[in-house]
Every structure is written in structure tokens, then in C-alpha cells.
Design a protein around this ligand. Structure first.
Ligand SMILES: *Cc1c(COP(=O)(O)O)cnc(C)c1O
Length: 549
């Protein structure tokens, strides 16, 4: 929503002269003129009284600012944000990120930070106490440099967003802030992770913690408990791992299957194939049953295979194949494998928290997922939920120390919530918040309802535009949908939708050109409708452009 810089507020715009006059800082006068030419409002905050300021400005030959406020008009002076607030109210600016506080003292930088404006510290002529920079012209070259370095260090410590040597750099700073505002303008990610997340989730990251801190360990334990409870009971435990989802899949396969055990992978997409690579690289004894990527895994084929090959000890499959959005029949596949006495491991990366997964009820041995899919957290943490018995058993089995589930499990449980190695503390705090948001929304029921509705609107909307999903309706998940690209150019489509505030996802099928739209994350039915409208607009505009070239 944030737009562009609308106001620049200058603290200390000049100095009172000995004869009661006012000497504006010449470079500020020039900056004001340049900013006003760009349509940006300018203001002074000052410690001079309002009456004095008025008198001074009336005799000023330069460009007067659009507004002036005196510290006497608000409580607290220049180190509190009230003068800035008055400025924002005067200009009708609702978002403080559309305003910049410019000054040469740490007090006004502190006020700018409290007001949540951008802050720009100016070294030249800074009157910071103890730094004689005000008289910089009178200093020798090395004295001046020393003084300016000291000022820079103070402003850095104060937390200024920008530190400039001289006011003439200000116009460049404004351009850079405008670029940042454009870049961070609201956009919706229709990708299946990383995805759009709530402000509260990102905001939760602002506290620094260390891995061994008791408070942090308590938060970690609460996350472990909540994750376990989403799909299982006390016979299970959650092992969080640093890294993306694949780290958890790799740890699950390599730690929860014994070296000599034969693994059967059911593969109908890229994530299934990724598991084959994991098994191959670690020298596992495995086989695969491969299926068409646009179809779910066939339970009949699994059953025949299990009957035929008694050596298979473990069956592994992906629940929602994010490659295409096909949802595999988790319950049926699990029941079959279990009826034949086999272990079941599930890649539930993109389905966890959006589909019901009753681990104890189905007797699923383990699943892997991550923070940045349907839990709507941030990337950097993955997890395995597994039967405690299996986690206890797999001691010293892992070929990888970092991905040793048993060792990590010991650390997290026996050591009261401690990660063995550096944990992504801020990402964990975000996950804690994401779990709270999940509850707040209404848990599984509410979340899947929203995703279903997102999915329905997208599929129906695109169908009306002649763009069809490549997976038939009963096998589509409400996580992500793959559409035939037809004669559309992906790069062009991507750019057009990005310009309209949506990030879409390329297809991953080799057989035909496709693109994908995710339905998960902090996105809502109205976003889906907006996307459909944008796409319709893009398609309408296309033929006319083709004619002109
Ligand atoms: C996202 C995802 C993964 C993990 O991928 P990373 O890039 O490692 O996060 C694994 N399996 C499925 C089905 C996924 O959707």
C-alpha cells in the first residue's frame, strides 16, 4: 500500500545569528527547492518559538518550507516524535514510511525512529555535543576527518537509515527510498512457499534471541508441542531442523529407514523424484513405482507390488505433489501399506495444516513438512513428526551429523528445547506467531475452507478465460493448480501479473508448457478475484498488441 515519499522534515534548518537574525543552512534551502519541484512537502521542526520562527522565515529570502512546527507547541522537545506526528497530520500522511526525517543530531534521529519515519543523518556541520564539526571549516584536514568519523559512528549507533556527508546527497536518498517503497509495495505471492505471510508473522522476527536462552527454549518447546498436536499424540514427537523442507525429507528417509531395509517410493512428480535422488546418494536399497504426473498414485499398483515383493519394508510417498497439485490418496495408500505390515513415511510438505492427517489413526510412522507452506510461516525451518519409538531407535544410524534426527531429537527433548547447532531464532519466533495465527483463524477447518474457496475461484475464473487445469477436478488439491500455458508466453505473463501485484509460479512439467497458481498463504478470495480480472485484462490487451507489431 505504501506509495512514495510525500514529505521531508528537516530538523534544525538554520542557526540564529548574533544580531537576532536567522541564517538558514544554505544547502537545506537548495534541497527544499529541489524537493518541492518533485511535489514533496517540506517542513521544519525547530526549538525556536513559533513566533520567532515566523519572524525569521518572513525575512528569509530562500524557499520557505510548507510547514513549520516549534518544539514549544508539543510536549517533550526534539527527541520525542510529537513534532513529526504534527507534521504528518498537517500534511495528511497516514503512513509514516512516506516521510523522511533529516537531521544532524542523534536526538532527532531517535525521534524519527520512534515515529517510524525514514531517518537521514547529515554529518556536515553536525552540532553533536563533544564533536566540533560545526566549525569543520576551521579544522585541519585530519581533524575534520576524525570529527566526521566520530559523527558517523554516533549516527550509526543511533540507527539512522542513511548517513550522508552533505545535504546535496539528499535527493539521491529520496530516490533510493522511493525505489525501496516500490519494491516493498503490497504484492501477493501465488507460489507454494515462500508465500505471502501476515505482518504479525514477519514482525515476530524483530526480537533477537540466542539458542540456549531459557525463554527461547520454552518457545521452542511450545512450537514442538503444537506441531505434534496438529497431527498426532504423545506417542509422536516433532523434530525441528534448520533448513528448507528437503532437509527434513532427507533426514526422515535416511534416519528412519535402516541401512539394509528396502524402500519403495511412489513417484508422480518432481518431489517424488527428489526423494529418489536422496535414496540414491545415500546408497539406499530402493525401488520406485512411477505414475503419470497428472494422475494420483494408484493404490492398486501399490497393493500388487507389496504382495509381489515381501522385502519392501517401507513405503514413501508425497501427499500433495506440488509439481502439479495432484493430491495423492493418503488414507488409502497408508491403509494398504499398513495392512501389509509396512512402515509409512509421508512427504506432507504442502498439505500439512491444510489437509487432515491423522497420524495415530492411520498409524503413519513419520511425515515431513516445513514452516513455510500451509502453516504460513517463513522459510528456514523444517520438521519431521515421527513415532517416538522410531526416533529412539535410530541412534547412530545417520550418515550425516547435521541431519541426524536422533541427535536432534535428544537435543530438543532431553535438553529442554535446545537446538544442537545455531537455530534460525527469528524464523522460529515467526513460526510461533504463525501457529498462533493458525489458531486465531480457526485452525484446520477455517484454513482449508479459505484455500478451497481460493482454489474454486481461480479454477472457475480461468476456465471462463479458456485456461484449463491439467489435472482433472477430483484429483486437484486446493493447494496449487497447474494450468496449460497454451500459446501464452510465461515470461510476459509473469511480468504483466507482477506489475499488477501478483507473483505466479512457473510450471514444472517437461511434457507440456504450464504455469502454476498457488492458493495458500496470506491470500483471500478477493485476491483471487483480482487476479482473474487482471488475467482477463491481460488477455484482452494481448491481441491488439500483436497487431501493432
Ligand atoms: C516444498 C516442497 C518440498 C520441499 O522443498 P524445499 O525447496 O526444500 O523447501 C518437498 N516436497 C514437497 C511436496 C513440497 O511441496
Amino acid at each position: 500500500m505504501t506509495g512514495t515519499v510525500k514529505a521531508v522534515i528537516f530538523d534544525r534548518a538554520g542557526t540564529a545569528t548574533d544580531n537576532g537574525g536567522f541564517a538558514p543552512i544554505e544547502s537545506i534551502v537548495e534541497s527544499i527547492a529541489a524537493l518541492q519541484r518533485q511535489g514533496i512537502k517540506t517542513a521544519f521542526t525547530t526549538v525556536c518559538s513559533a513566533a520567532m520562527m515566523e519572524r525569521l522565515l518572513s525575512q528569509d529570502r530562500g524557499c520557505p518550507p510548507d510547514f513549520t512546527i516549534s518544539s514549544g507547541q508539543v510536549p517533550g522537545g526534539r527527541s520525542v516524535p510529537f513534532m513529526i506526528w504534527q507534521n504528518l497530520m498537517h500534511f495528511g500522511i497516514e503512513d509514516p514510511r512516506e516521510a523522511i526525517m533529516v537531521g544532524d543530531t542523534t536526538a532527532c534521529i531517535a525521534a524519527g525512529i520512534k515515529a517510524d519515519c525514514w531517518t537521514v543523518a547529515v554529518i556536515m556541520n553536525s552540532p553533536e555535543p563533544g564533536l566540533p564539526c560545526a566549525d569543520v571549516a576551521a579544522l585541519s584536514g585530519s581533524e575534520a576527518a576524525e570529527c566526521q568519523n566520530a559523527a558517523r559512528a554516533r549516527f550509526y549507533r543511533a540507527g539512522a537509515d542513511y548517513i550522508i556527508d552533505d545535504m546535496d546527497e539528499l535527493v539521491g536518498v529520496v530516490a533510493d527510498i522511493n525505489r525501496k517503497l516500490r519494491q516493498s509495495s503490497a504484492r501477493k505471492l501465488l507460489t507454494p512457499g515462500p508465500l505471502s505471510t501476515r505482518h504479525s508473522v514477519k514482525h515476530a522476527m524483530l526480537t533477537d534471541h540466542c539458542t540456549w536462552d531459557d525463554e527461547y527454549k520454552a518457545i521452542t518447546r511450545s512450537v514442538l508441542d503444537d506441531l505434534t498436536r496438529l497431527a498426532a499424540n504423545d506417542d509422536y514427537a516433532t523434530v525441528l531442523l534448520q533448513g528448507s523442507g528437503s532437509y527434513a525429507v532427507e533426514a526422515m528417509i535416511n534416519c528412519l529407514c535402516a541401512e539394509d531395509e528396502k524402500i519403495l517410493f511412489l513417484v508422480n512428480g518432481a518431489y517424488g523424484r527428489r526423494m529418489l535422488t536422496i535414496a540414491e546418494n545415500s546408497g539406499r536399497h530402493y525401488e520406485q513405482l512411477a505414475f503419470d504426473a497428472t494422475r494420483p498414485v494408484d493404490p492398486g499398483a501399490l497393493e500388487r507390488k507389496l504382495v509381489e515383493d515381501p522385502d519392501i519394508a517401507t513405503v514413501v510417498f508425497v501427499h500433495c505433489e506440488t509439481t502439479t497439485g495432484v493430491i495423492n490418496p493418503l488414507e488409502e495408500l497408508t491403509r494398504l501399506a499398513k495392512a501389509h505390515g509396512r512402515k509409512v513415511l509421508v512427504d506432507a510438505m504442502s498439505s500439512f495444516a491444510a489437509y487432515e492427517i491423522d497420524m495415530p489413526g492411520l498409524d503413519i510412522d513419520a511425515l515431513a513438512s516445513s514452516a513455510n507452506k500451509c502453516l504460513e510461516g517463513l522459510p528456514g525451518l523444517a520438521f519431521v513428526i515421527a513415532k517416538r519409538m522410531l526416533l529412539e531407535e535410530c541412534r547412530s544410524r545417520s550418515l550425516s551429523h547435521s541431519l541426524d534426527l536422533h541427535d536432534q531429537y535428544r537435543g530438543l527433548y532431553a535438553d529442554g528445547g535446545k537446538f544442537r547447532f545455531t537455530s534460525p531464532t527469528n524464523i522460529l519466533l515467526a513460526l510461533r506467531q504463525a501457529l498462533d495465527e493458525y489458531k486465531k483463524e480457526g485452525g484446520l477447518e477455517a484454513r482449508r475452507q479459505r484455500y478451497r474457496e481460493n482454489h474454486r475461484i481461480i479454477v472457475q475464473g480461468l476456465e471462463e478465460l479458456g485456461i484449463r487445469p491439467i489435472v482433472t477436478a477430483p484429483h486437484q488439491s486446493y493447494i496449487i493448480t497447474t494450468f496449460a500455458l497454451g500459446d501464452l508466453d510465461f515470461a510476459e505473463l509473469y511480468a504483466a501479473l507482477k506489475a499488477g501485484g501478483f507473483i505466479i509460479y512457473p510450471g514444472k512439467l517437461t511434457s507440456q508448457p504450464t504455469f502454476r497458481l498457488g492458493h495458500i498463504g496470506d491470500v483471500y478470495p478477493e485476491d483471487m478475484r483480482a487476479l482473474v480480472a487482471l488475467l482477463a485484462e491481460y488477455l484482452r490487451a494481448r491481441p491488439s498488441r500483436a497487431q501493432t507489431c
